[in-house]
Write a protein that binds this ligand. Sequence first.
Ligand code: GUN
Length: 283
Amino acid sequence: MAIHLNGKKVAEELYSKLLLEVSLLPIVPKLAVILVGSDPASQTYVKTKEKKCLSLGLQSETFTYSQDVTESELIEKIKKLNEDKSVHGVLIQLPLPAHINKNRLMEYLSPLKDVDGLTPDNAGRLAQGIPRLIPCTPHGIMALLSFYGIPIEGKRVVVLGRSDIVGKPMAQLMINANATVTVCHSKTKEIKEICQTADILVAAIGKPKWLGPDFVKSSCSVIDVGIHREGETFCGDVDFEEVEKKCHAITPVPGGVGPMTIALLMKNLVLAASLQSKPGRRP
Ligand code: GUN
């Protein structure tokens, strides 16, 4: 049976350190969330983030827009939040409606308030190995692997998915940690054979239970980024029950990557607040 990588437990450990850090700050960091439309999953994620802020003594405010909001309205809001000294972090909940270009919005967001690490500045910094604010999910995965002492240097890592928020930054972090990285996506050929070479396999493809035991070797650590509602419960992109019988280590869903994402968001908010409090720092 595989080791279960318990993100809920590791996140709690991060929170106990963060609580102390927050108590020593001269200000109360505040997160502004921009939520567009009424997708129930997005609404739930935003509520979870608000609650977590509250429990750590951090502030949060959510700005809700209808599905037909224009790109320029959102850009105006972002500009206002950039100028607002009481706001330290800005998160634009994804996904956005098809008529809104996420990356165009990111060009307007202050990199020092970019708690998702999605602005060109923060994405470029990560690519150059000089990261500042790092996307929360891949950063949380690195923290989880580090907690369990899973080695990365010289290992073969396969990332399934090439999104700006998970796949690409995951690959960059793994390269920066001296892994040999392959990124697979919907057009990749021989995907199963590539997965079978992985010492660490990160599944971020958005398809329930897509990855079965025939994709993994017995020494593989499997990281499941997916979360899908399945009646009263949830499942990931990995067929957990079957894969855990074969692999070395695996993240459960729920309780694996999800709690780590929220914990790293809170850490990013505190980091963003401290970056903004340093005088003379370039924006
Ligand atoms: N939607 C799902 N996960 C995330 C996340 O980590 N950040 C944002 N902004 N939107 C999301």
